[in-house]
Design a protein around this ligand. Sequence first.
Ligand code: CP3
Length: 343
Amino acid sequence: MILQNDLLLRTARGELTERVPVWMMRQAGRVLAQYRAVRERAGSFITLAKTPELAAEVTIQPVDAFEVDAAIIFSDILVVPEAMGLPYEMIEARGPVFPQTVRSSADLSRLHVADAETDLGYVLDAIRLTKRELNGRVPLIGFAGAPFTIFCYMTEGKGSKTFSVAKKLLYTDPHFAHTLLRQITDSTIAYLKAQIRAGADLIQLFDSWAGILSPEQYRTFSLPYIKQICDAITEVPVTVFAKGAFFARHEIGQLDCQVVGLDWNMDPAESRTLVPNKVLQGNLDPCVLYADFAQIRTEVKQMLDAFGHQHYIANLGHGIYPDTDPDKARCFVDAVKELSAQR
Ligand code: CP3
């Protein structure tokens, strides 16, 4: 299948391009009324994610609504722990919850390394169906959580501001922590390779809780596992997005990945210096989309001026918030396209 719009892929591979590609983290979701309607029909988030026809439909919605340069498969990072034997629930207005957690080596007997084809076949079916329905319009991004972020949810059992249960284990039982991180890493590599075989054109790793670790802990408990994944994925470009890990930018830049994702706390010029040889992605504060249209354009212009128009993928610095006006999201995408087009 030849892609009609391969701008994101050419940029991710390090090529010079005619304008800056743009997409938004969490672009498929509650921002869109079309999404809320399908979600209603499905009954629950998990049913939606496990029904390939519906997952494909909501994956493509933002491509139609915002004309972004990529689709990202509708799923969740928490499908991996479930595939390893630890099911989750998505509680309305509260977020994900794991009824059981793993907190000691004894708990590990309940887990297995996920088999992508059998345990996560529904995601692979959704990818294959989405690719068919996209019919080459834009590339499809596959993704997974970084092992440390998945470790956080599996041990803590729910979202948390501090993840102090998860972090405590790094100090009290590092042997257990590394064993679990290894199992998550092996599951994730198999899962990502299966996503690529199913048709994913690029892979993004979300280390959403990277920012709660000290630089030294990050070097011990997160980076080595991200490195294993980057070394294993040789088929397509890989983006590493480590939210809050401003302190690790240089080391992340040394990994065998093609793109480094940034949040809005990370200065573009400083990031270019710390990560000189990679494509950068980010990093508009999602709250900018609460501003008026003129101010959104001004902020986009500043961002483009700061990053430059090459070796750069425009995005938000984290997922779009559900109460964002979709017209403001569209304004962000349009502004990137207009202001970065080479004349
Ligand atoms: O559009 C896309 O980006 C693709 C879909 C996607 C979802 N989750 C759908 C989703 C992606 C890439 C994710 C990743 C994800 N999930 C991350 C990493 C990115 C990040 O935000 O840091 C994390 C930490 C999760 C775990 C998760 N899933 C949480 C904490 C929540 C609840 C928070 C909330 O917004 O309610 C989810 C639920 C979730 N995942 C929703 C969506 C659209 C909302 C649930 C719903 O529609 O009912």
